[in-house]
Design a protein around this ligand. Sequence first.
Ligand SMILES: C[S@@+](CC[C@H](N)C(=O)[O-])C[C@H]1O[C@@H](n2cnc3c(N)ncnc32)[C@H](O)[C@@H]1O
Length: 254
Amino acid sequence: MDPRLIPLPQSPRPTDLLSSQLPTPNSSPPPSPQFSFLSPAARAWFLSTMATAPEELVRPSPPTPQPLFSNDFFEVRSSPKKGMGAFALADIPEGTVIMTEEPLFRTSPVQIFWTYDALSDEQKRAYKQLACWTGVEDHKIPAIFTTNRFDTGDGIGGIFLESSRFNHACHPYATCTYRWDEAANLLTFTTIMDVKKGEEMTIAYTSKPETLKKNYGFDCDCPGCSKPEDLEEGAAGVVGGGEGTDGGGGGIVR
Ligand SMILES: C[S@@+](CC[C@H](N)C(=O)[O-])C[C@H]1O[C@@H](n2cnc3c(N)ncnc32)[C@H](O)[C@@H]1O
């Protein structure tokens, strides 16, 4: 198994969490002033029903999920309204390289089925866990490709399992940029501003936020897009982006 992939643990059942804390049907019921209006026999019967039906009566809060991936700088975990996302584990200064990653594969859109078939079972499982927007492609395999690929030049897109978990914010609100190095076979992520511990780290998928809905299935809610007056002033959301090529609506928008 790829050591960079840390699978999410199964959530324990409520009964696993609580079995040691619950009274058994044979144990003496604890004194309960709340039920003093019942006769001793009725009280014993009532409390015994509580011991045999714990799931309905006691609801533990769910355990905190483990991150999908982490390094010294960030972790990948659930992001409000955005599936997974990358969150800073410390205050990170501008200009810090936070990750380099090799591709799972690189291919062209027309070769995606052939490339997918050549993956190992484990790689196929990892690929199929990535986000999937079917608005552009009906079939799951090419849909995952268009949702997650980074443009690596000459019409070739790369799939990078951790890099793909970064959500979008428009320039100048995106906190990171990325650069593909063909010779090194590495995608490098660098912060382009100071990032506070706990903050979600983002990249700009495109310099054309109006294409996000069609290509990725969401409307951008970054501060620039949620303030139309800023856009009119040309201050945000419509210029710049990452160092990747912006295909502008064709699906390869990074
Ligand atoms: C490359 S994935 C990013 C990681 C993804 N959130 C995940 O769970 O793996 C792209 C998808 O993330 C979601 N996404 C990214 N940026 C978003 C944003 N700013 N607002 C809402 N959803 C976003 C969309 O569902 C989009 O199709």
